[in-house]
Design a protein around this ligand. Structure first.
Ligand code: PGA
Length: 238
């Protein structure tokens, strides 16, 4: 059976390197004895190399990457660079990137391809319109003949993200319906499907049991080591 996956999306936090190192260290201390759960931290780019540690119990991921491996692309970071500093995952297509950086589905698809070619696991965020997102993403991947085995999908409705106005986590039943729709479209049982949006230690178990997901993508609740470790423990119980 595949392992439970808990992915921390730190977004543009914390404010400095010192706080980032303390947070990573506390999480590592707290989760190292919890078996059966893969914990991935996705800090901002400038903290990646400092947090990277091959001996660590936690895995490292980035929050985005570009679709080219090097060259004249000011401000961009390539999948190869991420791999080189110790990342094994990369979040792609997050609704905040679609909203603030105007990322389109064709751009996201190119990024997924570049990540797969580099052997980084793309953690692809799928919004409320799962049909539209998956058609542009998974069907393209099939055409590339790269194999979609090394892919993680996240059902993450924008309205459920904790920092949005009037945000509210999806219900586990709503999540389950989306997961079933996604499974019907991807037709590949080996691809883990996670849920994201206002996940915390109190609701994680319900998402995993009734919501039918194999793990979660966590924003706000991943910025407090104690709360995040409690969340990982509850995800393990599920
Ligand atoms: P949240 O963020 O857990 O704070 O809702 C999740 C995300 O945006 O990935």
């Amino acid at each position: 059976m595949n392992k439970t996956l808990v992915i921390a999306n730190w977004k543009m936090n914390p404010a400095n390197m010192r706080e980032a190192l303390v947070l990573a260290q506390r999480v590592e201390q707290g989760v190292k004895s919890i078996g059966g759960v893969t914990v991935v931290l996705c800090p901002p780019f400038p903290y990646l190399a400092a947090i990277s540690n091959k001996q660590s119990a936690i895995k490292l991921g980035a929050q985005d990457c570009f679709w080219e491996q090097k060259g004249a692309f000011t401000g961009e970071v390539s999948p190869a660079m991420l791999k080189d500093v110790g990342c094994s995952y990369v979040i792609l297509g997050h609704s905040e990137r679609r909203r603030y950086a105007r990322e389109s589905l064709p751009m996201i698809a190119k990024k997924i391809k570049a990540a797969l070619v580099t052997s980084l696991t793309p953690v692809v965020c799928v919004g409320e319109n799962v049909e539209k997102d998956l058609k542009s993403i998974v069907h393209k991947i099939e055409n590339w003949k790269l194999g979609i085995g090394n892919l993680v999908l996240v059902y993450e409705p924008e309205w459920a993200i904790s920092t949005r106005k009037n945000a509210k986590a999806a219900t586990p039943e709503h999540c389950k319906k989306a997961v079933v729709r996604m499974q019907g479209l991807i037709k590949n049982e080996t691809i883990p499907i996670l849920y994201g949006g206002s996940v915390d230690a109190a609701n994680v178990e319900a998402f995993m049991v009734q919501g039918g997901v194999q793990g979660v993508l966590v924003g706000g609740a991943s910025l407090d080591a104690e709360k995040f470790v409690a969340l990982v423990k509850n995800a393990k119980k599920a």
